[in-house]
Design a protein around this ligand. Structure first.
Ligand SMILES: Cc1cc2nc3c(=O)[nH]c(=O)nc-3n(C[C@H](O)[C@H](O)[C@H](O)COP(=O)(O)O)c2cc1C
Ligand code: SF4
Ligand code: SF4
Length: 258
């Protein structure tokens, strides 16, 4: 069984490729099951392995995914194997250790963690933007080989983590991630600029139904994963986050891969 959360399509693509090779089913984490994980109701007792596929957010597990792992009523037998396959733009810090703690806290066995380097999507702070087209394409070209390699390692039962941690891994995950979660994940700065034509695509696409159309303008509420699907999907680049997205790019390659 593959559980997948994806904002802009990278992790969804990885999950679907893994599913084909490993003959697994994908459950996409979205909507009500993320808003109230306690309401998730699915019999997992016959599944043998669980692969968690998600993007890295500030060198940690996206809070919305962490909440699902912590509290969804999954009747998974204790001796089953769990794998993490995350996607990142650059590096994951110690996010694999963060994921392992979450899995162990449920009494499950965290076998192995992998990362796949994919195009960058984070644009909400100074100095952060999408990749240039050449780098974006290079990452997308390298992805199939990497995913195949991970699928083989999962099949063969490897137990050594194979992730890109980058420098200052401990500081990034232990110090910056909690700070980011607390102070940098507010949806309040989201707004539509004058370019908006009220097409409603951002509202329709939000995995948490956090956007409503009011007076022909999108309005953001508080239940936001900061996945940036609304920002990248807008056909007119009319979604802004305060002033920090001014002059930034969009990433569209896999966003419609739903
Ligand atoms: C809120 C946020 C935080 C991110 N933080 C990181 C990070 O710490 N390290 C990294 O390499 N990429 C980071 N990224 C980039 C994504 O992890 C990467 O582009 C991922 O493949 C997106 O997956 P998705 O398309 O499935 O949402 C971040 C993206 C977002 C939206
Ligand atoms: S997708 Fe863009 S143009 Fe369409 S409603 Fe949202 S902000 Fe406006
Ligand atoms: S409001 Fe935008 S950033 Fe927040 S969860 Fe919805 S699509 Fe993602």
């Amino acid at each position: 069984m593959i559980f997948c959360f994806s904002g802009t399509g990278n992790s969804r693509y990885v999950a679907r490729e893994l599913a084909k090779t490993l003959n697994e089913q994908v459950i996409e984490l979205q909507g009500e099951m993320l808003i109230s994980p306690m309401s998730f109701n699915c019999d997992m007792s016959k599944e043998k392995r669980f692969i968690w596929v998600f993007p890295i957010y500030s060198w940690g597990v996206p809070p919305i995914v962490a909440d699902f792992i912590k509290s969804a009523p999954l009747n998974i037998p204790q001796n089953n194997c769990h794998f993490m396959v995350c996607t990142c733009g650059d590096d994951i810090g110690n996010a694999h250790k963060h994921w392992r703690k979450l899995i162990i806290s449920r009494g499950w066995y965290a076998q192995c963690a992998y990362s796949v380097t994919m195009p960058n999507t984070y644009t909400l702070m100074e100095g952060f933007d999408v990749d240039c087209k050449e780098l974006e394409q290079e990452k997308l070209n390298n992805a199939p080989t990497r995913i195949n390699d991970i699928a083989n390692k999962i099949k063969l039962g490897y137990t050594s983590d194979d992730v890109v941690r980058g420098s200052w891994a401990w500081i990034k995950t232990a110090i910056i991630y909690p700070y980011f979660k607390r102070y940098c994940m507010s949806p309040r700065p989201f707004h539509a600029t004058d370019k908006c034509t009220s097409c409603g695509k951002c509202a329709k696409a939000c995995p948490l139904n956090n956007i409503t159309m009011s007076d022909n303008r999108p309005l953001w509420s508080n239940k936001c994963a900061l996945c940036l699907r609304c920002y990248h999907i807008c056909p007119l680049h009319a979604v802004a986050y305060g002033k920090s997205t001014k002059g930034k790019g969009q990433y569209k390659e896999l966003i419609h891969n739903a």
